[in-house]
Ligand binder design. Structure first.
Ligand SMILES: Nc1ncnc2c1ncn2[C@@H]1O[C@H](COP(=O)(O)OP(=O)(O)OP(=O)(O)O)[C@@H](O)[C@H]1O
Ligand SMILES: [Mg+2]
Length: 311
């Protein structure tokens, strides 16, 4: 339910207070946990992924109106896992679900949380779940849930043991969630191999939704959305007519994040022109083609850095 304004600041103050206390106990949570009372990404801003969007819209309806499920003799979903390659819109979808449900959005960055709190992250997550269940309709986003494997912190045998404990604490909390709690836990990962199978058992993150790389029509949609978003921000047209027959064959296999980055690079080139006092006309197809080249070059370097060698 969308919170009326006067309730909103009361909730905000309560959340600030509780998180300040949690922070005192565990240490600074900034950059690790973010809470948004009124998330503002909508499903209409997510390109492609129509099946995933339809399913998640249904979950938003279930959060707002659990009776929809009860009428069919079942309880609303409690947990969802979005899995797929990086940059495909998983985080956007989680936010959009919270927006559609008028829910408070708790963004838990599990890589950052586990890096600081290690195996104690379980206790902290339990505490946050407690807060979420008492403060009104909530979407709890466990971003990069593969962070729970603790592989980035400890050698494999220790990581396995500590992670099992951490996941068990979380599952315990999951199983104890009150049926009337208006909370949906939504986890995301680009590494399904690092997700503990007990997390995806029935009653936990038992709705598995693949978020794949966009095909060409989805890429077209995403490019249009990315352009419109920049133009809305700037309050003026920024792109000329784009010849997609030239552009699309060069971006096959790229994610939404890649496409957003390409558009950003093309716009950045305009910023540089304008800053040098030169004329900066709207972005053309050729500008985007240059940006694609540039992006591919940078991606190549990133790969070399990651693998420490020239392939
Ligand atoms: N399907 C999409 N529609 C529109 N924009 C998209 C889409 N996918 C990605 N983007 C763009 O890429 C950015 C990153 O997307 P997002 O953070 O949702 O990806 P992700 O799947 O969560 O990635 P990661 O696995 O790295 O966390 C978005 O802010 C948006 O600009
Ligand atoms: Mg993400």
């Amino acid at each position: 339910m969308v919170q009326p304004f006067e309730q909103e600041w009361a909730i905000q103050r309560r959340l600030d207070d509780v998180f300040a206390k949690v922070g005192e106990k565990y240490g600074d949570l900034r950059g690790r946990v973010e809470v948004k009372l009124r998330p503002d990404v909508s499903f209409d801003e997510v390109g492609g992924l129509s099946a995933a969007k339809a399913t998640l819209r249904g979950f938003a309806d279930g959060l707002m109106n659990p009776d929809l499920y009860h009428r069919w003799g079942i309880t609303p979903p409690r947990g969802v896992l979005l899995y797929g390659p990086p940059g495909t819109g998983k985080s956007m979808l989680a936010r959009a679900l919270a927006t559609a449900a008028g829910a408070i959005f708790y963004h838990l960055k599990l890589m950052n949380l586990t890096s600081k709190f290690g195996a104690n992250t379980g206790e902290l997550l339990q505490e946050i779940l407690n807060i979420a269940t008492t403060e009104g309709t909530a979407v709890l986003f466990m971003d990069s849930a593969d962070g729970l494997s603790l592989e980035h912190l400890l050698p494999p045998p220790q990581a396995r043991e500590a992670s099992a404990r951490l996941v068990a604490a979380l599952c315990e909390k999951f199983d104890a969630l009150d049926e009337s709690a208006r909370v949906l836990v939504i986890a995301s990962t680009s590494r399904t191999d690092a997700i503990d199978p007990s997390l995806v058992a029935p009653g936990r993150l038992d709705h598995l939704i693949e978020i794949a790389l966009p095909d060409t029509p989805a890429q077209q949609e995403i490019l249009a959305l990315v352009q419109r978003r920049a133009e809305r921000e700037a309050g003026r047209p920024l792109f000329g007519p784009i010849d997609e027959r030239k552009l699309l064959p060069l971006v096959g296999g790229m994610s939404g994040a890649d496409l957003a980055e390409i558009a950003r690079r093309a716009l950045e080139a305009k910023v540089h022109l304008a800053a040098a006092g030169k004329e900066a006309p709207p972005v053309t197809t050729d500008d985007l083609l240059l940006a694609v080249e540039d992006h591919k070059r940078v991606r190549g370097v990133v790969e070399k850095i990651r693998y420490g060698q020239y392939l």
